[in-house]
Write a protein that binds this ligand. Structure first.
Ligand code: PMP
Length: 441
């Protein structure tokens, strides 16, 4: 059975009535006209979802798609408990952090108890970019340095400061930024040795180091889940040089990786600063940064922090409901067990398809690296795009990432089941066969 099937309750009917002229072509033209050229859409045939539920998205024609991409809706699209918490708080009060409100305190108490050391304090933001931006400011205030080390294809967000430490955007990096290959890449030198070389280069150029900033699943570097012993020695190296370790948990955090709640735990490190976002509000814009008290003390002594929307009562209600669901539905455990099943399926595919060079990842985060098949006429990124588009046509949503855009990124909402994983594997089997045949044309 195809994953796509008619949906019993097509929200499209309503949408079609309210926007009778909203054909895909018309919407594309309106977008280009109104939003300008910087936005990018997924897929050769863009998707127009109008409703979400659990791991499913429903498009404007009433077709359903298995969502194996959207980690933001971590506890499932439109989870009723999160929706209810948002609605209840929105109906009662929504202000900001310049008034007393216990919602933010209850949430901070709960979240901080889920972090490894006892002395973190929490500041809330609306986006992961803001969290990383704030983390950099605090790290620089604490260390007195400006230099930041990131991985070669890292992404940490959209503000000017974090875009400068996001080589995956392809923009010029700041003069105080150095890049290192992600763990498991970069030849015979260890990750820590690369970090040391970056520090040596900073010193040679009169740049004082502030931080090593890493996405703990190295997502945009192509999902570099292993090895897990590379980060701890690198943390020692940056700390010896006077800098701090910032763990960007925007991708890896909140049980995505199964075994542990946070990505850094897999690496046996206790970061100085932890940033988080995406899944934190299940789609409601909540993000945050936890900092060791010593760091926040030096920052707070000279800076006042206020964020109009960050940490508002509705955001805190959404974030608290997400923690409730994660706990009550045991989604970390689910991510672990279903992740094992998914990875077994991906390894099985790797034996069937020469196109697969390597399967990486853990829990419900997988990276499937494609290698050019013999006699391929198409570039690898195009072959990966063909797989992603083939999956979309089959009704399963994934994406591609990595330095060459050739790593399939699979990162479903956490209530993903073994049956969902089987549907994905079946669709991927076909899409890989099709893309292999097309690559040689
Ligand atoms: N850090 C990482 C590792 C991310 O993947 C992202 C978003 N893709 C961000 C930070 C930025 O988060 P946001 O889009 O919420 O600003």
């Amino acid at each position: 059975m195809s994953v796509i099937e008619a949906c019993g309750n097509p929200a499209s009917a309503t949408e079609a009535k309210t926007h009778p002229a909203a054909t895909t072509a018309a919407i594309l033209a309106r977008r280009a006209h109104l939003l300008g050229p910087a936005y990018r859409l997924f897929y050769e045939r863009p998707l127009h979802p109008v409703r979400g539920e659990g791991v499913w998205l429903y498009d404007d024609e009433g077709r359903r798609y298995l969502d194996a991409y959207n980690n933001v809706a971590a506890v499932g699209h439109c989870h009723p408990r999160v929706v209810e918490a948002i609605a209840r708080q929105a109906a009662q009060l929504n202000t900001h952090t310049r008034y007393l409100h216990t919602g933010i305190l209850d949430y901070a108490e709960r979240l901080l108890a889920l972090l490894p050391a006892a002395d973190y304090q929490l500041m809330l933001t609306c986006t992961g970019s803001e969290a990383n931006d704030l983390a950099l400011r605090a790290a620089r205030a604490f260390t007195g340095g400006t230099g930041v080390i990131v991985t070669e294809c890292a992404y940490h967000g959209v503000t000017s400061a974090v875009a400068e430490v996001s080589p995956s955007l392809g923009m010029a990096l700041g003069p105080m930024v150095r890049t290192v290959p992600a763990p498991g890449t970069g030849g015979p030198l260890s990750f820590a040795q690369h970090v040391q070389a970056a520090l040596d280069d900073m010193r040679a150029h009169g740049v004082r180091p502030a931080a090593l900033l890493v996405d703990t699943i190295f997502s945009s570097d192509g999902v570099r889940s292993h090895p897990c012993d590379a980060l701890a020695p690198a943390a020692d190296v940056i700390r010896r040089a006077g800098g701090v370790l910032i763990a960007d948990e925007v991708q890896a955090g909140f049980w995505r990786l199964g075994e542990r709640m946070w990505g850094f735990e897999r690496h046996g490190v206790v970061p100085d600063i932890i940033t988080m976002g995406k899944p934190m509000g299940n789609g409601h814009p909540v993000a945050g940064v936890a900092l060791r008290a010593e760091i926040i003390a030096s920052f707070g002594a000279s800076v006042r922090y206020f964020n109009t929307f960050g940490g508002n009562p509705v955001s805190c209600a959404a974030a608290a409901a997400v923690l409730d669901v994660l706990e009550d539905e045991k989604l970390g455990e689910n991510a672990y067990y279903v992740g094992e099943h998914l990875h077994a399926g991906l390894r099985w595919l790797a034996q069937r398809h020469a196109l697969i060079a390597e399967v990486r990842g853990t829990g419900l985060f997988a990276g499937v690296e494609l290698g050019a098949p013999a006699g391929a006429a198409q570039p690898l990124a195009q072959i990966a795009a063909n797989v992603v588009n083939g999956m979309r046509e089959a009704g399963v949503l994934i994406s591609a990432t990595g330095v060459q855009g050739n790593v399939l990124k699979i990162r479903p909402p956490l209530p993903f089941s073994g049956e969902h994983a089987d549907l994905l594997i079946e669709a991927l089997d076909d899409a890989l066969a099709f893309a292999t045949a097309r690559a040689r044309l």
